[in-house]
Design a protein. Structure first.
Length: 254
């Protein structure tokens, strides 16, 4: 695995780590069975992937023991929500992006940690690997985009905030991200940890199907922005999580 630059320790200390054998084969099979039985989600993800379920919340199933597994591995974090994606050769997936709807409500979006667990091996080109950025220039570019998105969310709630030009990545910047990306080889049941406030992309699948179970983790003491939660609610983005956080932290806003 690519060496983790020292600067990341102060921004996202687990970004780029690969943890092996996080889910046993038995747990992988049980998880896959539950997810296979669920209908395709009614979300814009489903327009991009063969199957996409946003927020199946299967980590709460006691038989899978996922909450306890994550608690042992990352005791300072808790699971906020989950996601399941199936990708085939017909699915383009995402180019380099940040997860606007998942991080927009965080006071410190770079504190969110994604646990990406493939249920099929993604160890070579064409298997549907996930690429992330780790060079400081690429991470700083990600944070510029993040700031632009957060500013836009505030404007959704407060129209008196002056408009700012939207973030548009240049071809030179995209080429830089592509040239410096890191694409780990990850076996089924392993976990790639990354900060989804940083640019990342889904690589192509050449044959068969790639399936991945994804969890969004936040520090147990994470703070959430009332303004930006309301902005996401107004946009209709990530409503199950947004409404749950508003109810818990800002019930007067509902």
């Amino acid at each position: 695995m690519h060496n983790r630059p020292d600067f990341l320790k102060n921004i996202s200390p687990h970004h780029g780590e690969v943890l092996h054998n996080v889910l046993s084969k038995e747990t992988q099979e049980a998880l896959a069975t539950k997810l296979d039985a669920m209908p395709n989600g009614k979300t814009w993800y489903a327009d991009i992937y063969q199957k996409a379920i946003y927020g199946p919340m299967v980590f709460r199933d006691e038989e899978l023991n996922i909450i306890e597994t994550i608690e042992k591995l990352l005791p300072d974090y808790r699971i906020l929500t989950d996601l399941y994606l199936e990708k085939t050769p017909d699915d383009q997936g995402f180019p380099f992006h940040t997860d606007f709807d998942s991080i927009g409500f965080m006071e410190h979006p770079e504190d969110m940690l994604t646990v990406w667990i493939p249920l099929t091996p993604v160890k070579e080109e064409g298997s549907g690997q996930l690429s992330i950025v780790m060079e400081e220039g690429a991470v700083r570019l990600s944070l510029i985009r993040e700031a632009n998105q957060l500013h836009s969310l505030v404007r959704v709630v407060d129209s008196s905030v002056p408009e700012h030009m939207p973030f548009q990545i240049t071809q030179q910047e995209y080429d830089y991200l592509e040239r410096t990306k890191v694409t780990p080889s990850v076996d089924a049941g392993d976990a790639l940890l990354f900060c989804n406030a940083f640019f990342h992309k889904s690589e192509d699948v050449h044959q068969g199907k790639r399936s991945a179970y994804i969890m969004r983790l936040v520090p147990k003491d994470a703070k959430f922005s009332k303004t930006r939660l309301l902005g996401l609610k107004k946009l209709g983005q990530n409503l199950p999580v947004v409404n749950e956080l508003l109810k818990k932290h800002y019930p007067e806003a509902l």
